[in-house]
Design a protein around this ligand. Structure first.
Ligand code: HEC
Length: 246
């Protein structure tokens, strides 16, 4: 049994590698207890993603409560149409129209962080590159032939692939993408800010996937504290009982 577990543990990184199509994932290093980051991520989400993606299991009021925003701040910063704070993050786009425009309906993103993992999402948002053969002129390193346009190109700039030649087991050589580089080197100045923005956005997606995570973490500490106090009383009680015995 132990050997099976060890073998499985050794295989895990390889499995993650396979899931990303052979591309090394970059670390999101996000922190769901960082409220400023979650607020920034929420803003990016409503501005850049909710044109096409809903988050229909998430209520604005819940976000307000968890991220420390009043109803007025919510309405001003995150809500642009007529939704009431108690409503969920649905969108106006008709799924049939979406299918016609994109070939696929943009999926609901409420639990995407659980389905894909934060590192995959972070890498996905960082690795759109120019590919004239695709309908939107872009492709993605971890999502081959993706149907989503690079909606954040203004923030990141355009990237182009740098190729290298690799020889496979049968001796045939292939052109494979080695890395991506910015088309306009002036965009390099934006790169750190873009990474920070994507970390915030992924952080928000992570939070949405499990809003209870924040609560669970603080509850965890309370439970530990309770158990500790309980231990002291249990010890005193034990001493009390055994005094007569000795
Ligand atoms: C113009 C419409 C549009 C916008 C805006 C948009 N997306 Fe998408 N997105 C799509 C479509 C269409 C797909 C489906 C791609 C496919 O399956 O080939 C998609 C797919 C995705 C996926 C992959 C889902 C999966 O299947 O695992 C993620 C993650 C994603 N989008 C995140 C985002 C984020 C984050 C934003 C905001 C920065 C955003 N999208 C903005 C249209 C959009």
């Amino acid at each position: 049994m132990r050997r099976v577990i060890i073998a499985f543990t050794l295989l895990l990184p390889a499995m993650a590698f396979a899931a990303s199509g052979g591309v090394k994932l970059q670390h999101a290093d996000n922190d769901v207890s960082d409220k400023a980051s979650l607020q920034a991520g929420a803003k990016l989400f409503v501005n850049y993603c909710m044109g096409c993606h809903s988050a229909q299991y998430v209520r604005f009021s819940r976000i307000g409560k968890d991220l420390g925003l009043s109803d007025d701040e919510l309405i001003e910063n995150l809500m642009f149409s007529t939704e009431k704070v108690g409503e969920t993050m649905t969108i106006a786009m008709d799924p049939d129209d979406a299918k016609r425009w994109f070939g696929v309906t943009p999926p609901d993103l409420s639990v995407i962080a659980r389905a894909r993992g934060v590192d995959w999402l972070y890498t996905y948002l960082l690795t759109f590159y120019l590919d004239p053969s695709r309908p939107w002129g872009v492709n993605n390193l971890v999502f081959k032939d993706v149907g989503m346009p690079h909606v954040l190109w203004e923030k990141q700039g355009w990237q182009k692939p740098v190729y290298e030649t690799k020889t496979d087991d049968e001796g045939k050589s292939h052109e494979v993408i080695k890395s991506l580089e910015l088309v306009d080197s002036a965009d390099e100045a934006k790169s750190e800010q873009y990474k920070k923005d994507m970390r915030d956005l992924v952080n928000f997606l992570d939070y949405m996937g499990e809003p209870a995570k924040l609560e669970r973490q603080s509850l965890g500490w309370k439970v530990m504290l309770f158990l500790f106090v309980f231990l002291i009383f249990a010890y005193l009680l034990k001493k009390e009982y055994w005094r007569d015995v000795h």
